[in-house]
Design a protein around this ligand. Structure first.
Ligand code: SF4
Length: 308
């Protein structure tokens, strides 16, 4: 089903609410708000027909700053709420904004299943590599050795490779961007919302208040565009998985010079494929089995299918 769209573009500022953000000055997540408003404007989305869902965390406050419908759910539950929206109102663009702790830990069980079912949802994760709202605990994407408030001796775990996992789960659009590169971020988010199916954008988004390692200064000069600089073709799943295997290389000093990224962090579209969405399959089923106009459904026959 096509999204509800406006005849003419609205300026990006029309997609902002009048609520003042409470994020710390310099938070990377501001870049995501700007990129989203640009993407919505370019796509001519009707603000009264956009739904944004979020869970718990600094980044999950984002729908409050937007002129759109918002559902602020329990920790980790933004994806199933978005699935409900897709089933009830498939004509509304549905965006999930989340943090790395929220979506890759508490809400992790929802991620692969929403991806493999290919719901037409855009998931944007602001990945600051730790829990910020609860004051600096390690998250699933924290570096090995990261010193959070609950592990002063450093993280003994290795971080989770979310790009590789998303591709392996069946996501039909997988990308990474950086909140300090507004042009790349806006283009990537626009490509994600345009994509029909489950799109995932992992945004490297510094938290200047707590994370003193993965900072804007750290990322400066350490990014590599896999599509423009390495010529990666996102339709090639094998190549995408191979590249995705190296996204965390830069965490480890011994891999600093390793190919293909040579100590840099990759940004760009890793994987993109066209595939029927869950909503399209549901619509086909309804068309095939729904009673014709004026006919009464045969309830005995329908109920018989569900009886043991
Ligand atoms: Fe942003 Fe970090 Fe402040 Fe949270 S604590 S608003 S992530 S800078």
């Amino acid at each position: 089903m096509e999204y509800i769209k406006l005849e003419e573009k609205l300026p990006p500022k029309e997609y902002r609410s009048d609520i003042e953000p409470t994020w710390c000055p310099g938070c990377g997540d501001f870049g995501v708000v700007t990129a989203l408003t640009k993407a919505f404007s370019e796509e001519r989305f009707d603000p009264t027909a956009i739904t944004m869902t979020s869970g718990i965390g600094c980044s999950s406050r984002l729908p409050l700053w937007m002129n759109a419908f918002g559902i602020h759910t329990a920790h980790g539950r933004a994806l199933p709420a978005a699935v409900g929206v897709r089933l009830a109102r498939p004509e509304t663009p549905t965006i999930v904004t989340a943090g790395d702790g929220d979506i890759f830990s508490i809400g992790m069980e929802h991620f692969p299943h929403t991806a493999r079912k290919n719901f037409d949802i855009t998931l944007i994760v602001m990945d600051n590599r730790m829990y910020a709202l609860t004051k600096n605990q390690t998250s699933p994407t924290s570096r090995h050795g990261y010193k959070g408030s609950l592990n002063p001796y450093g993280n003994i775990e290795d971080p989770f490779n979310v790009i590789k996992f998303a591709i392996a789960s069946g996501a039909t659009f997988v990308a990474q961007s950086y909140s300090g590169n507004p042009k790349h971020l806006a283009e990537t988010i626009q490509a994600a919302v345009e994509h029909k199916g489950f799109s995932f954008v992992n945004v490297l988004s510094p938290c200047p208040t707590f994370n003193k390692i993965d900072t804007f200064k750290y990322y400066k000069g350490r990014l590599i565009d896999i599509n423009k600089e390495l010529g990666h073709d996102p339709s090639d799943m094998k190549a995408a998985l191979e590249l995705a295997s190296h996204v965390l290389d830069a965490d480890y000093p011994e891999l600093e010079d390793a190919e293909p990224f040579k100590g840099k962090r990759p940004i760009g579209i890793f994987y993109k494929v066209e595939k029927e969405t869950f909503e399209e399959r549901i619509a086909k089923l309804k068309e095939k089995f729904a009673p014709k106009e004026g006919e009464e459904p045969d309830w005995d026959e329908i109920l018989a299918k569900y009886r043991p």
